[in-house]
Ligand binder design. Structure first.
Ligand SMILES: NC(=O)c1ccc[n+]([C@@H]2O[C@H](COP(=O)([O-])OP(=O)(O)OC[C@H]3O[C@@H](n4cnc5c(N)ncnc54)[C@H](OP(=O)(O)O)[C@@H]3O)[C@@H](O)[C@H]2O)c1
Length: 206
């Protein structure tokens, strides 16, 4: 699959690297065509990897990950092109931090509103990026969540998550359910402080 990864930070790196290793063609997008972090990643990740602008990466991908700074994600997605993203699956992994800056509606909903003809799926934002792409690093059963309005898009994303190694994927419902998982990030931050590591997750016992 051709996949666009918007974002040159640690999350874009982790997701892009894992996708290339799984055999996908990946373009990492940035505000500029010559971002040195994106170029270095493309060099490192191998033949399936390339770098471009947000717009180029959005055009390249059949599926597009939003791994940009949460407070700037709407700006980044506008630069990627709302028309370009029409009909595509947009996987939103971003968080607005501090949470108080977000307002009552989730970033996932705001992204879906900006991209009414894209299929936005919110997922993976409740774990650290190393856990996102390698859940087997943690022992035992633990959980990741899906929120989105389009059932077919969520099926595609679930399958992609399974290739990362995810086994317990709970579909919470439409994109408004991202409010709950984005708010969970407050607990995630407290847990990281008390545990002294980002290598953890919660599992829903049932
Ligand atoms: N770190 C984790 O493990 C983790 C876990 C869960 C969720 N998240 C979320 O994942 C997202 C990515 O995190 P990160 O630490 O990898 O990267 P980050 O530093 O939060 O974001 C980097 C990206 O944001 C873009 N950006 C910054 N300012 C911008 C602006 N004014 N307009 C447009 N784009 C702008 C940058 O563009 P350039 O490439 O042009 O510089 C870059 O691609 C965040 O929303 C974060 O909350 C992170």
């Amino acid at each position: 699959v051709r996949i666009g990864v918007l974002g040159t930070g640690m999350v874009g790196n982790a997701i892009g690297t894992r996708l290339v290793a799984l055999g996908h063609q990946v373009m990492m997008g940035s505000r500029t065509a010559t971002n040195p972090k994106a170029a270095a990643w493309a060099e490192r990740a191998g033949p399936g990897a390339r770098a471009g602008t947000f717009a180029e990466a959005a055009g390249f991908g059949e599926v597009v990950f939003n791994c940009t700074n949460g407070a700037k994600s709407l700006e980044a997605l506008r630069a990627a092109g709302t028309d370009t993203l029409e009909g595509k699956i947009v996987i939103d992994v971003a968080n607005v931090l501090p949470l108080e800056d977000r307002g009552p509606r989730s970033l996932g909903e705001q992204v879906q509103e900006l991209l009414p003809y894209a299929k936005v799926v919110k997922t993976l934002h409740t774990v650290n990026c190393e856990v996102m792409v390698n859940p087997e690093r943690l022992p035992g059963s633990h959980t990741v969540f899906l929120s989105g309005n389009d059932g077919d898009a969520k099926r595609v994303v679930r399958e992609l998550l399974e290739t990362f190694g995810w086994r317990d994927v709970i579909d919470l419902g439409d994109i408004t359910t991202a409010r709950a998982t984005e708010s969970y990030v407050a607990l995630w931050l407290s847990l990281r402080k008390s545990l002294g590591t980002a290598a953890f997750n919660i599992g829903v016992a049932r």
